[in-house]
Design a protein around this ligand. Structure first.
Ligand code: 3PG
Length: 307
């Protein structure tokens, strides 16, 4: 069996070693395609493999069709909006993710970016502290939970909203579950977005939610750029010059944000929430393990597409 690791944004070396070790043990051959720049390279590489591990790499119908022997694709990470699930189902390919494996890395970055943001982007000016501030966690999944754990250490007070009925879980963690997403945005000094990208969440953070927010609040997005309506956000930031937006996912309108609200805005050069050795090792080895367990035993516990 051949397993392709296709990562336009490569894993740390130590993770590749771990994945190889995991798959060597079950006699699988590992093929590596890193830092590729053309889709054709992915189409060529997937042609004769049985399984594929990806990160945010685009796995559309063409890629799936090109994988003549492809049986499983594992997204080493949480969000699988980069994979055409329906095309995979049609081709009989199983798609999985590795939930939770990179959650701590993303949660830690939230605080790295937050401190940078509330301390005036380290420009020498005065800033504010996190202690005593209300942090609104928008979606209480694996990342949201890790954000809450760390926030408690900073002495922040916590609110969380999750569309699924998790208010008991939220409550049990000592966090206030808000009754609506609007309430979360209204009462928070800082809102951290952790919703997955779906048809329902695309553009979710737009005029309606933004208008609830305090004029000097901070919005931090380590999820997906598409969750935020960029024009609405830019308009809101121009109207509210103390409002800040920090994002690990460069918006399409990056240049306009840089030009119009440079002192209220920060975006990482490339999505880096999950780019730690630890997260790569955890997610990469979990992906390798899930592939072997699926191909050998048919275990599809983390399957995310229909059969
Ligand atoms: C995820 O969905 O797991 C994160 O956004 C990380 O994505 P990445 O593997 O492309 O860094």
């Amino acid at each position: 069996m051949k397993v392709l690791i296709a990562t336009e944004k490569p894993f740390a070396k130590v993770a590749i070693e771990g994945i190889k070790q995991e798959l060597d043990g079950v006699d699988y051959e590992v093929v590596l395609l890193e830092n590729y720049t053309e889709k054709q390279q992915l189409l060529d590489a997937v042609a004769d493999v049985d399984a594929m591990i990806v990160r945010s790499d685009i796995v559309d119908e063409e890629v799936i069709q090109a994988g003549k022997n492809l049986k499983i694709v594992v997204r080493a990470g949480a969000g699988y909006d980069n994979i055409d699930l329906e095309a995979a189902t049609r081709a009989g390919v199983c798609v999985m993710n590795t939930p939770g494996q990179n959650a701590n890395a993303v949660a830690e970055l939230v605080f790295g970016m937050l401190i940078y943001g509330v301390r005036s982007f380290f420009n020498g000016g005065s800033g504010t502290e996190l202690k005593g501030k209300k942090l609104g966690i928008h979606a209480y999944g694996n990342i949201g939970k890790n954000v809450a754990r760390i926030a408690k250490g900073f002495g922040m007070s916590l609110l969380a909203y999750d569309t699924y009925s998790r208010s008991e879980v939220i409550n049990n963690d000592g966090i206030d579950p808000t009754i609506s997403v609007k309430t979360l945005y209204k009462h928070s000094d800082i809102v951290s977005i952790h919703v997955p990208l779906t048809d329902k969440t695309r553009g979710l953070v737009g005029k309606i939610l933004l208008s609830q927010m305090k004029p000097n609040a901070v919005l931090i997005n380590t999820a997906r750029k598409e969750i935020v309506n960029e024009q609405d956000l830019l308009d809101f930031m121009i109207e509210n010059p103390k409002f800040k937006y920090l994002t690990d996912v460069k918006p399409d309108m990056h240049e306009q944000f840089m030009e119009k609200v440079p002192n209220q805005y920060f975006a990482t050069a490339k999505k880096m929430g999950a780019s730690t050795s630890e997260a790569n090792v955890n997610a990469g080895i979990a992906a390798a393990h899930q592939i072997a367990d699926y191909l050998k035993n048919g275990n599809d516990r983390y399957r995310v597409n229909e059969k």
